[in-house]
Design a protein. Structure first.
Length: 133
């Protein structure tokens, strides 16, 4: 049974009682992985750019990434604390694999033009991961 074009099984994964460790529980395996942890994609890609190229070739017109636009940002008082609330649009905006590939490639080329050093990359990636990007 096909749930959607990306999945072949109804379940996301299965719990493995043989892997149970006290305090951690059981390992949750991807149901399509046959309890094998892959070290590289099936398509043989070795770099992020290769992954994106192959995804573009295989799924070019399909949705790759989505986001919702910010409608309003406002502050509210909640229990004596001031909190920022972000209201998002109900509908997602989508970018297909081909456009996503071009966007990432443009970003990479722009950073190279700026002579983005290894130290700057490391520092920037730490800041991006700190904000959940």
């Amino acid at each position: 049974m096909s749930v959607d074009w990306m999945r072949k099984h109804k379940e996301y994964g299965v719990l493995d009682p043989a892997t149970e460790v006290e305090g951690f529980g059981q390992c949750f395996w991807n149901v399509e992985g046959n309890k094998i942890a892959r070290t590289e994609p099936r398509n043989g890609a070795k770099t992020l750019i290769e992954v994106l190229e192959k995804s573009k070739e295989t799924h070019g017109g399909r949705n790759a990434v989505g986001w919702r636009d910010v409608v309003q940002v406002h502050s509210i008082d909640e229990g004596g604390a001031k909190r920022e609330k972000i209201q998002l649009a109900n509908e997602y905006q989508w970018m297909n694999y081909a456009d996503y590939y071009e966007r990432v490639l443009s970003l990479a080329e722009g950073l190279l033009l700026l002579d983005w050093s290894r130290r700057q990359r490391s520092s920037s990636m730490q800041r991006l991961s700190a904000i959940g990007w």
